[in-house]
Design a protein around this ligand. Structure first.
Ligand code: AMP
Ligand code: MG
Length: 402
């Protein structure tokens, strides 16, 4: 058996993502930047008002109340220079949020601190305001030449808004990966029909496709194949041709019909690992024409845990992420998490809650590698070092899922 750290290192060192590409900014949510973004513009592009009110000269508001002549109106989208609107001493211009400051004005009085005369010709201002009051100056958020986003930035909704605000139509980014999922096993069926004796339904494909979807990659359903060398080989070659990486489940244990590792050994540069963890001890990892193939174990919990520990970090690295692992926290165990010493690190499926700002975990249910309901109920994997487990009230490391 090898340590999980060694297995992880083996896998990560053999996964390289595709070269960065130019992507439309509007399609870039969730992608990782491969080149920095530099602003070609000031944001805001011009000085404008943050409030509805009156553009004034601050000096005119000394000793309120003061009465000023109203000499025009500037709405958002209007150019006061082109419209010939200007604020001279003793005058004010009605102005709407986002409208450019008219020449001559150096402050805005919010509408709530003013009262317009019945004829609309004058406005009474009941507050003294400083220069710059409620004015958003040009370049206050970004200046031309500013480095807006660094390499490695994960583009979220706010980033897309910034890119749009500075008129950047495309970015150089790590493109969305496409990752195939294949199930193997003669016993597998799907759908609602009755099962013949010995058959079970394929649970791994939906959960692995879901994990990929959650990761923001394109999940490609490669279907399921029987325990048949030729069929497995054809499906793996097809997946490697169409995808940036392939996940299989089943067929990597010690059984007589575990052909995934046999095929991977023949057509890829496979290493078959026995990792000192529970669940998810067997892991086959190889590459077909440079495309990483993760031979995950068949038991449903094992395939998900193996994905979490090995495939997920590798796929995140391939997608350009610098932070590839789940967040690890310390948590107090409620009710204990017993285990037996067996030379392995156990990853117990736990429900996580935050009480008074501290993490608490308890078992999410049956801990067998076939008991997927506890995995479904889990928000975390508690890391139980070799030994007798963790008692009620003790602390444990937990990988937070989602
Ligand atoms: P294997 O590694 O192929 O020997 O599979 C180990 C266990 O996982 C067996 O009990 C299989 O029936 C089960 N198994 C394999 N693939 C799946 C799957 N896609 N969905 C549910 N159970 C599976
Ligand atoms: Mg099998």
């Amino acid at each position: 058996m090898i340590s999980p750290a060694e297995a992880r290192e083996h896998v990560l060192s053999r996964c390289r993502g595709p070269e960065p590409v130019e992507v439309a900014s509007s399609d870039a949510r969730g992608l990782v930047l491969a080149r920095p973004v530099v602003s070609p513009e000031h944001v805001p592009p011009f000085a404008n008002t943050a409030m509805d009110g009156f553009a004034v000269r601050a000096a005119d508001t000394v000793g309120p109340p003061v009465v000023l002549d109203v000499v025009g109106t500037v709405a958002a989208g209007v150019d006061p220079v082109a419209a010939g609107i200007e604020v001279a001493s003793g005058t004010a211009v009605r102005i709407m949020t986002g409208a450019p400051m008219p020449p001559g004005a150096d402050a805005v009085v919010m509408v709530e601190r003013t009262e317009v005369a019945a004829d609309g010709a004058t406005v009474s201002v009941d507050v003294e305001v400083p220069v710059g009051n409620h004015v958003r100056s040009s370049g206050e958020d970004l200046m031309i030449g500013d480095r807006v986003f660094d390499v490695g930035t994960v583009l979220g909704p706010g980033h897309l808004g910034v890119l749009a605000s500075i008129g950047i139509p495309t970015v150089m980014a790590h493109r969305r990966l496409s990752v195939g999922v294949l199930s193997t096993g003669d016993e597998l069926r799907e759908g609602p029909g009755a099962l013949a004796p010995g058959q079970i339904r394929d649970a791994n494909r939906p959960s692995l496709l879901g994990l990929l979807d959650e990761l923001g990659v394109e999940a490609v359903d490669l279907g399921r194949v029987a325990d048949d060398e030729a069929a497995i080989e054809a499906a793996l070659l097809d997946g490697a041709a169409r995808c940036d990486a392939v996940l299989t489940s089943g067929g990597v244990s010690m059984g007589d019909f575990d052909y995934v590792k046999v095929v991977l050994d023949r057509i890829g540069d496979m290493r078959w690992m026995q990792v000192a963890i529970k669940p998810a001890k067997p892991l086959a990892f190889g590459r077909i024409d440079g495309v990483p193939v993760f031979g995950l174990p068949g038991n449903p919990v094992s395939s998900m845990v193996s994905f979490e520990l090995f495939a997920r970090p590798a796929l995140r690295a391939m997608a350009g992420h610098t932070e590839v692992d789940r967040t690890r926290v310390r948590a107090t165990v409620v009710g204990g998490l017993p285990r037996h010493a067996d030379g392995k690190v156990h990853f117990a499926r736990v429900a996580v809650e935050v009480v008074d700002g501290r993490f608490r975990v308890r078992s999410a249910g049956g801990q067998g590698s076939h008991q997927l309901t506890a995995m479904a109920a889990a928000d975390g994997l508690a890391v139980l070092p070799d030994g007798d487990g963790v008692s009620d009230g003790d602390e444990v490391d937990v990988l937070l899922l989602g």
